[in-house]
Design a protein around this ligand. Structure first.
Ligand code: ADP
Ligand code: MG
Ligand code: ZN
Length: 494
């Protein structure tokens, strides 16, 4: 990228709220796979003379989001009509919030500690989704479109950032963080493939040191992380090239052509006045009383950053492990359940290592989530305890976990059945150690001639002789003891 220009990015993210019914009617929001226009009623189909009623649960979820993003929640906000003609918009307007949004003035924190950066949130407002157009081609080649209103009236939240994002990678990180928060508090599934999270990116560039912002270009409908990053990167380069060539950038709306890897002009950007906003006369003002706010706040799930910090403080896990463990709320819950089952019988740090290391390796391999695994927190706790007490060694622990994961069972059952219980008592190991020393005179000779690292080889031989079940620390200690008792001159001869 050209070092003389600074990219400026502001994102508008639309998130579908996790409600059972639509924003202003009782139609269901689960219609994936259903025939077109089977989840509609006169309200969401835009018939005249109907009376919409605000979905209280949607308001609660939106309030949670506002709080989670440290916004100020308006005690009274308002719904407005945003007019524009489009075939998937049956009323000819979308109910949204314009000058009085539910929440304003928050932030999202990216990164951790010294590296952290805050991106300001301008506003969070509620609105209803539109229907969908299905484009078809008839056998004779005529192209036509069908309208499906199943999605019409589904509750959406629009979250608008300040123009404070400075790169495509940071834009991606911002959306990931936002999605993580939405998921933690149960506000949205955040599923981009299903369209439950969609993003418009506003991009401009300006010469470094310039205070005034350049004209912004809005790229519509970016619905994967890859698209967000590619489209913004491309748009930044395009604008820099245009400026270098002496062209002025006009405010406009562009689309992203995934196959070609370019943004394409769609229309010159509309301005607020084009929408003829006016307040929705069929809906009362949206009120969130102080009591209501306190109630929502009291029930709010712990947020990812707070939870990450707590895991470090409370359990002494490393901050990297804490980040991995708090990626999703389910993982953090799982880890804390393991720790609760351990009840101090092994350090939580060790449990963290087993979850983020061995268990994640298996889950990632099979693209499973932690809640799909056969290895319940109780079972993992039992295993961690066995490794910690020396009942089995780490290698056997891994084998047991793999079997638990593949076929279920219990850690102790598997250990007994597969004879993996660790041999750590000296009496049982001493004869094996002596045999190994007798059988490896050459290694012993090397040891006495100063090559101390052969001890590793000898430990390995004993481990092999015990089928991997010996405690390697005990083996090492026994070997050193035996060797120190050997007559030095004896084994030197080779
Ligand atoms: P509009 O009224 O056109 O929707 P807004 O002022 O509401 O414009 O901003 C919409 C989004 O565009 C916000 O996320 C904001 O941060 C971002 N934005 C505004 N100006 C710029 C700019 N010059 N460059 C990049 N992004 C911008
Ligand atoms: Mg806008
Ligand atoms: Zn309806």
């Amino acid at each position: 990228m050209d070092a003389q220009y600074e990219p400026v990015i502001g994102l508008e993210v639309h998130a579908q709220l996790l409600t059972r019914s639509k924003m202003f009617c009782r139609c269901g929001t689960t219609y994936a796979g259903a025939a077109a226009n089977t989840h509609i009623c006169p309200i969401c189909a835009g018939f005249p003379g109907v009376l919409p009623v605000t979905n209280a649960h949607a308001v609660e979820l939106a309030t949670r989001v506002g709080i989670a993003l440290s916004c100020e929640i308006a005690e009274t906000s308002r719904f407005d009509r945003k007019h524009y003609p489009y075939p998937d918009l049956p009323k000819g307007y979308q109910v949204s919030q314009y000058d009085l949004p539910l929440a304003s003035g928050g932030s999202v924190t990216l990164g951790d500690g010294e590296e952290s950066r805050r991106i300001g949130i301008v506003r969070v407002h509620m609105e209803e989704d539109t229907g969908r157009l299905l484009h078809r081609t008839a056998p004779n080649g005529t192209v036509y479109s069908l309208v499906d209103l199943n999605r019409s009236g589904v509750p959406l939240l629009e979250i608008v950032s300040e123009p404070e994002i400075r790169s495509a990678a940071e834009a991606r990180e911002y959306v990931m963080k936002l999605r993580q928060i939405l998921r933690y508090i149960g506000a949205s599934s955040g599923n981009m493939e299903e369209g439950a999270l969609r993003c418009d990116a506003n991009v401009s560039v300006r010469p470094f040191g310039e205070y005034v912002l350049g004209a912004k270009v809005e790229i519509k409908n970016l619905n994967s992380f890859r698209m967000i990053e590619r489209a913004i990167d491309h748009e930044i380069s395009r604008q820099i090239q245009a400026l270098e060539a002496g062209t002025t950038i006009e405010q406009e709306t562009r689309g992203w052509d995934e196959a070609a890897g370019v943004t394409l002009a769609q229309r010159t950007k509309e301005y607020a006045s084009d929408y003829r906003y006016f307040s929705e006369p069929d809906l009362p003002p949206l009120t969130v009383s102080a009591d209501r706010l306190r109630d929502v706040l009291g029930k709010l799930a712990e947020l990812p950053d707070a939870r990450r910090a707590r895991l470090v403080l409370q359990y002494g896990v490393t901050s990297d492990d804490a980040s991995v463990l708090t990626t999703t709320r389910e993982t953090a819950d799982y880890f804390e359940a393991v720790v609760a089952h351990l009840d101090g019988r092994a350090p939580a740090r060790l449990a963290a290592v087993w979850v983020t290391g061995e268990l994640f390796r298996l889950l990632n391999r099979d693209a499973l989530s932690i809640t799909d695994s056969r290895v319940t927190p109780t079972l993992l706790a039992e295993l961690v305890e066995m490794v910690h007490s020396g009942e089995v060694n780490r290698g056997s622990g891994r084998a047991i976990l793999e079997e638990l994961y593949e076929s279920g069972g219990s850690p102790r059952g598997i250990a007994t059945e597969r004879d993996l219980t660790q041999i750590s008592d000296t009496d049982a190991l001493a004869p094996v150690v002596r045999t190994v020393l007798d059988n490896n005179p050459r290694a012993v000779g090397e040891y006495f001639s100063g090559k101390q690292q052969v001890i590793g080889f000898l430990v390995g031989q004993v481990m092999k002789a015990t089928g991997g079940t010996a405690d390697s620390a005990t083996v090492r200690a026994l070997l050193l003891r035996e060797l120190s008792e050997q007559p030095a001159e004896g084994p030197v001869s080779q």
